[in-house]
Design a binder for this molecule. Structure first.
Ligand code: URP
Ligand code: ZN
Ligand code: ZN
Ligand code: ZN
Length: 466
């Protein structure tokens, strides 16, 4: 099986050149100008188009029992949605309840993807409890190729760990050489603020942000940094939404803490007026619930800061935190009590086109930064590089041919994600993923999914953060 992508503008995190990419089987075997066309080759003409390495979304939820319900997607819907949006690798958070056996949960999560996913996949193992049995369980999971953990310093009484557990998790991670991804919010403050707001009759989705203000997130990041500094563990702050949180991590980096920062696409393009939508602002009743996620979507003034942080690389990655809940029946569980609105925004399908439209096309970030933040950095941090995250001889033939000349409108009527609403309904985006390949196989053509479910492979990773 031979594939030749001809005459595109090939963009990596560091380079850009016009040329051809020859893939043999699952691998890129040659890069250059005017490469000879092998007789058996499938040829994709990329003249006038951009060719990117397959994008990696390092923070998604697909199977997620959460807040009294389950996230809507399966690997069938989510991997097809990811692929038409240019994402060829998903890294999903395994989130067992505190009472669950972690090894069993890990295999349960993995089984949902194996044989179904159309794109490649890996996991961050959620450590939601730490007791005497945890080290052996985590060693087993790391030995299986899942070389990163996830902790929640939020969701008190559900997924959250206490300080004792956090300390032990980071010590173990340091010993095993795995990076710890962390949701940082001070859960005690969240609980207090939620209770105060509800007691004063403030029950709508617009009160979600005030219940988890920037100080709560910033404190969570500082807290993690203190523990990372003491243990020497490598940490990755997920879904950073505001200036204070990025500053807290950056200050720690400057004093030698091994810390990296993720933001997610909703924070770059949405602001707090979204969760305030309702009849008073000319929108449908309870519309704001569609935009409830944690940490919350912030005031618009944080957006230019996040773009600058991305450009300066203080923020390493742009993920989605894809967490899909329907508006009907699921978000509605929180009518009359915003603390019961399932948290999350579906966006795995739209990340790349929104980042291109609002980042590259507006000149906020250049093409190399775009590729770095949406693919290369995730590959490097999570032990997938250089197999994934770049276009190079020997790398997996995961490629995205992007036509920047096409404009389309996002809508729940056309998206492949399983939710009944689209947070970006009616938004225009510039560009379309014309062709997408996963290990040499064409999965998307003319922007449509044409691949096989089950083509996706579990990506085994080695510990790299000693
Ligand atoms: O609101 C969010 N972010 N939902 C998904 C769970 C998490 O915290 O990542
Ligand atoms: Zn989170
Ligand atoms: Zn603290
Ligand atoms: Zn998440």
């Amino acid at each position: 099986m031979s594939l030749l992508i001809k005459n595109g503008q090939v963009v990596t995190a560091t380079d850009s050149f016009v040329g051809d990419i020859h893939c043999q089987g699952e691998t890129i075997v040659a890069l250059g100008r005017d490469l000879a066309v092998p007789a058996d080759a499938t040829v994709i003409d990329a003249t006038g188009k951009l060719v990117f390495p397959g994008f990696i979304d390092p923070h998604v939820h697909i199977y997620l029992p959460f807040m009294g319900t389950y996230a809507k997607d399966t690997y069938d819907s989510a991997s097809r949605a990811a692929l038409v949006g240019g994402t060829t690798t998903l890294i999903e958070m395994v989130c067992p309840g505190r009472a669950e056996d972690p090894v069993q949960a890990y295999h349960q999560w993995k089984a949902k993807a194996e044989g179904t996913s159309a794109c490649d996949f890996a996991f961050h193992m959620g450590v939601t409890r730490f007791d005497e049995s945890t080290p052996a369980a985590m060693r087993e999971i790391v030995a299986d190729g899942t070389a990163s953990f996830k902790v929640f310093l939020a969701y008190k009484g559900a997924l959250g760990v206490d300080d004792d557990e956090l300390y032990q998790t980071l010590k173990l991670a340091k010993e095993l050489g795995v990076i710890v991804t962390a949701h940082c919010e001070n859960e005690s403050l969240v609980a207090k603020l939620q209770a105060e707001l509800l007691a004063s009759g403030k029950t709508g989705p617009e009160w979600h942000e005030p219940s988890r203000p920037v100080q709560v997130e910033t404190e969570g990041v500082r807290h993690l940094m203190t523990f990372a500094e003491l243990t020497g563990a490598h940490v990755y702050v997920v879904h950073t939404s505001c200036k204070g949180a990025v500053h807290a991590a950056t200050e720690a980096r400057l004093r030698g803490v091994n810390a990296w920062v993720e933001t997610v696409i909703p924070y770059l393009v949405l602001d707090d007026t979204a969760a305030q939508r309702g009849p008073a602002t000319g929108h449908a009743d309870f519309e704001g619930a569609k935009f409830v996620m944690s940490p919350p979507i912030r005031a618009a003034r944080h957006q230019p800061f996040l773009w600058d942080a991305l450009r300066s690389r203080a923020v390493s990655t742009v993920a989605t935190d894809h967490a899909p809940f329907d508006f009907q029946g699921q978000k509605e569980m929180g009518r009359g009590d915003f603390t019961k609105i399932p948290n999350g925004i579906p966006s795995v399908e739209h990340r790349i086109r929104l980042l291109y439209t609002h980042g590259v096309a507006t000149g906020r970030i250049d093409l190399n930064t775009f590729v770095d933040a949406a693919s290369t950095q995730a590959a490097k941090l999570f032990g997938l590089f250089p197999r994934k995250g770049t276009i190079a001889v020997g790398a997996d033939a995961d490629l995205v041919v992007y036509d920047p000349g096409v404009e389309e409108t996002l809508s729940a009527e056309t998206h492949l994600m399983a939710t009944d609403y689209d947070a970006f309904e009616g938004w225009r985006v510039q560009g379309r993923c014309e062709a997408v390949t996963v290990r040499g196989e064409v999965m998307v053509r003319d922007g449509k999914f044409v691949g096989q479910l089950g083509h996706g492979q579990f990506l085994k990773r080695q510990p790299t953060h000693f």
